[in-house]
Design a protein around this ligand. Structure first.
Ligand code: ASP
Length: 323
């Protein structure tokens, strides 16, 4: 199951060609994850493979298509978690790593730590090897540059909090979007995994870190309950520990996955103005994808290998239920 970010957009904001382009990239990501699982591979590898495809696409706010900071640079965050062991790895504010999810995995597997940030994370990557480094130019896309210019030109938009989720419009305007990517998977051994990768928010400053790399906020996986990857206004997802809360409801309240995810996204978060959504899966293969914005790119592929892709509430389709 994948997501490509929540936001306030409708299908009418896209041309047919743009929808098709997004669908193509999303299907390719699902296929990459599916291939791993169909070959008997691990949920963790499937999550990483799917996210790598989305990170390499300029369409999404992760890897290649990462948004610009206030200073016109790029700082990327990512996390991955193994539901079997509750091992987790995360990186925050990395600037030259092509696929931050790969580095998050390396932190999980080859360091005694959970989260590494900035230059330290990159030094660790160099020492370990196997991570592709790129210049900041690699992350330049015209669309994101224009978003930053708009964010900077907006009265009051530059100075104080200033950060925006802008990807074509401003917050509250029709085309406001997030664009983070994430994946959750269940493999044939019954193991769950979750991963999230993002460029954060347009015009962010002062080393701002969002929820994506914070275990229990934007990313969480535990075989006993569920796997979650989030997208939305990170500050709310951190304070309401969204991913962990959903899985705790499943585990301790015996709530169904869909009730738990819905209660947090459409109940708790909606009440406080925390915009966004999640993709979630439990150990039975039930899937939930609630979002309290008008849109959230999302899709799934079951054992049949058929990609089901959705962008808004308008094109919602039935979700898989587990055995
Ligand atoms: N959650 C991300 C953040 O706050 C933004 C997003 O979902 O696109 O950094």
């Amino acid at each position: 199951v994948i997501h490509t970010g929540a936001g306030n957009f409708s299908l009418a904001d896209y041309t047919a060609g743009e929808v098709a382009e997004r669908h193509r990239a999303m299907e390719e990501a699902l296929r990459a994850g599916h291939r791993v699982l169909a070959d008997g591979g691990d949920a963790l590898d499937a999550v990483q493979a799917a996210i790598n495809v989305l990170e390499d696409s300029p369409l999404f706010n992760a890897g290649r298509g990462a948004v610009f900071t206030h200073e016109g640079t790029h700082e990327l965050d990512a996390a991955i978690m193994d539901g079997r062991t509750r091992n987790a790895g995360a990186v925050a504010g990395v600037k030259h790593v092509r696929n931050p999810i790969d580095l998050a995995r390396l932190v999980m597997e080859r360091s005694p730590h959970v989260m590494l940030a900035g230059e330290g994370a990159e030094a660790f990557a160099k020492e370990q090897g196997g991570i592709t480094f790129v210049d900041q130019d690699y992350f330049y896309t015209e669309r994101r540059w224009r978003s930053l210019q708009r964010a900077l030109g907006r009265p009051g938009g530059g100075e104080q909090a200033g950060a925006s989720y802008d990807d074509g419009g401003a917050r509250g305007e029709p085309a406001w979007k997030f664009g983070t990517v994430g994946a959750v998977a269940l493999d044939r051994h019954g193991n769950l995994a979750a991963g999230t990768s993002t460029g954060g928010m347009t015009n962010k400053r002062f080393g701002r870190i969002g929820d994506a790399p914070i275990i229990g906020a934007g990313t969480f996986a535990d075989n006993q309950s569920c796997a979650v990857s989030a997208t939305g206004h990170g500050e709310f997802f951190i304070r309401w520990t969204v991913a962990a809360d959903i899985c705790a409801r499943v585990r301790y309240q015996g709530a169904t996955l869909s009730d738990a995810a819905d209660a947090v996204i459409n109940g708790v978060l909606r009440e406080v103005g925390g915009d966004g959504g999640v993709i979630a899966m439990d150990r039975h293969g039930n899937v939930a994808m609630p979002f309290n914005t008008t849109g959230m790119g999302r899709g799934y592929m079951g054992p049949d290998g058929v990609a089901v892709l959705m962008l808004t509430h308008e094109d919602a389709r039935p979700l898989p239920t587990g055995r």
